[in-house]
Design a protein around this ligand. Sequence first.
Ligand SMILES: [Zn+2]
Length: 214
Amino acid sequence: MPWLPRGARLAPPARALAALTAADLPSGKKGSDNREVTGRRQLLAVLASACGLAPVVAWFAGGTAAPADAARRFPIEKSDDAWRAALSPAQFEVLRRHDTERAFSSPLDHEKRSGTFFCAGCGHPLFSSAAKFDSGTGWPSFWAPLDDAVGTTVDTSWLMIRTEVHCARCGGHLGHVFSDGPRPTGLRYCMNGLALRFEAAAPSAGTPPPARGV
Ligand SMILES: [Zn+2]
């Protein structure tokens, strides 16, 4: 998943701190015993963000630390072998192993046609082109998903607390959502293009599906 601070999208430390509220933490982390640990994590996250170190940390850390969605149940579930057979190796790493594609590597980052973005794993409609915007981060970005399209989990990997976004139907990892997006929602769904499949609207089909939150 696309990283929180990336070049011009770097969030000011104060803003990052404000975003790290107790409500964002897993229930198991709210106890007093964890406050010191949580505070330390938040401080590390902010420092890494402020110093632009997060991508470096991620690069050298290797591997992935997926949010705890392994026990979740989704309408579509397959074995790893079945997913590997259905996806390209790069798609598998993103969708099923929470990998992050290289910034500016996805053609969908520049996709400007009207249409719908579907889950590359199961075909679930996720985003309308009406909610797409150029975030400058190098990843396809949207200010809202379609209704009932995605789910979220708290992601504490890479010494940061972020909100992970996954397909509501197959659980495939899509990216993360941040609170520095444009109006009307103020959200930035920062998605891996490898996790998406775009279908342009037919010329006679009119407008694409409306985006949520409008
Ligand atoms: Zn899916």
